[in-house]
Design a binder for this molecule. Structure first.
Ligand code: PMP
Length: 391
């Protein structure tokens, strides 16, 4: 099968593997063991990786906390802020289309007495479906709002929210902004200064790095973000996240970020071409396709490699069973420890049927035009077959 599920996770780039290898068998010291050369070497690797990751997102090295991935980063950011005594109140603003790794920790807090406002983005049919309007956010902020959490790019429909504008509003109102940038870092330019985010989550395995390593940017300057750690122990990372550092992961993350940044411009153009080829090809052979998310022409509003669409008059489950020669996702594979229909597609107003018969493509670094032609054929053949069955 051909892999098209790059929003769920990515193949590790062989160049990333190459960079990581020495940390397994040579530079394997504990970076906290500064009494000997092994530890010192690892510590140096961690520090240079941290510096290069920080530079890539416009941060400074001490503003990066390493975690096990974006789920942990989101939890640390949200719980870390909300566990502290806050100047303002217990109100949080987020969006209905956030990842579960934001929605679920907030739901936990809601049960403890926090008030959560979940804003609804633009609905299906709108040219910018899925996008949150900055004005809507402005109106939702109250004098007791402690925190705003809005993702940068959505993992299902690829919509890119106006984070810089949202950051400006939060700054004016004196509210902390957390941004889940898991699908953005490595794909589109991300600069924490320009965006005005106070906390920002990211993860290596979405950008051709290894699984199990990610980071949280925690702003130092200005209204210092006070964060309660979630994991206590040896006091690593200035107590923010105890535990022996994942040196192979950290080195891999740094190399993944470096490569993605170096190749970003060319790569996003290439991905957009493949995406257009896929969408045109599908529409030549299949009638009644409905694009989910922003129009493809709105290049600034949508991740280049994302295509998500509903196929009417087919059963969603049957469709998935008949496209097994390609790896795509229906809804979000990230949350399918318990497969449910996509809360994102439902939140932009799709019917349950269309939600079920939607396919998500995440086109990635290793996909080719030949593979896209193949995918068109696989999907078109499956839809033909299924529609004939019900005709
Ligand atoms: N946030 C978003 C937007 C994601 O796409 C994902 C992965 N599906 C996560 C968070 C969770 O990331 P991780 O797998 O690194 O925990």
């Amino acid at each position: 099968p051909i892999y098209f599920d790059n929003h769920a996770t990515t193949q590790v780039d062989p160049r990333v593997v190459e960079a990581m290898l020495p940390t397994f068998t040579q530079a394997y010291g504990n970076p906290s063991s500064v009494g000997h050369l092994f530890g010192e070497e690892s510590k140096r690797l961690v520090e240079s990786s941290q510096q290069s990751i920080a530079t890539a997102i416009g941060a400074s090295a001490t503003e990066i906390v390493f975690t096990s991935g974006a789920t942990e980063s989101n939890n640390l950011a949200l719980s870390g802020v909300l566990s502290q005594r806050r100047r303002r109140g217990n109100h949080v603003v987020t969006v209905t289309t956030e990842h579960k790794a934001v929605l679920d920790p907030l739901e936990q807090r809601e049960q403890q007495g926090f008030e959560i406002t979940r804003l609804s983005p633009r609905q299906a049919g709108d040219d910018l479906a899925g996008m949150l309007d900055a004005d809507q956010l402005r109106q939702a902020i109250r004098s007791d709002t402690a925190l705003v959490s809005v993702m940068f790019a959505n993992n299902e429909i690829g919509v890119i929210h106006p984070i810089a504008e949202i950051g400006q509003i939060c700054k004016e109102q004196g509210v902390l902004l957390h941004c889940d940038a898991t699908q953005a870092v490595g794909k589109i330019p991300v600069d924490v200064e320009r965006l005005g985010v106070d906390l920002m989550s990211f993860s290596a395995h979405k950008m051709y790095g290894p699984k199990g390593i990610g980071g949280l940017f925690v702003r130092k300057s200005g209204p210092r973000v006070r964060l309660q750690p979630a994991i206590f122990g040896g006091g690593q990372q200035r107590g923010m996240r105890s535990g022996t550092l994942n040196v192979p992961g950290i080195v891999g993350l740094a190399e993944a970020v470096r490569l993605s940044l170096a190749e970003m411009n060319e790569e996003s153009q290439r991905l957009a071409q493949l995406r257009d080829q896929l969408w045109l090809g599908l529409n030549e052979r299949i009638t009644g396709l409905q694009l989910n998310g922003p129009q493809l022409e709105a290049a600034e509003a949508r991740l280049a490699g994302n295509l998500n669409f509903a196929v009417d008059r087919v059963d969603g489950e049957a469709l998935m069973m008949n496209v097994r020669e390609i790896a795509v996702s229906s809804g979000s594979a990230c949350t399918s420890a318990n497969p449910q229909t996509s809360h994102v597609l439902q939140a932009i107003g799709l019917s349950e049927d269309l939600t079920r018969s939607s396919l998500r493509f995440g086109i990635g670094r290793f996909n080719t035009t030949e593979e896209v032609d193949f995918a068109v054929d696989v999907v078109a053949t499956a839809v033909d077959k299924l529609r004939k069955l019900i005709a």
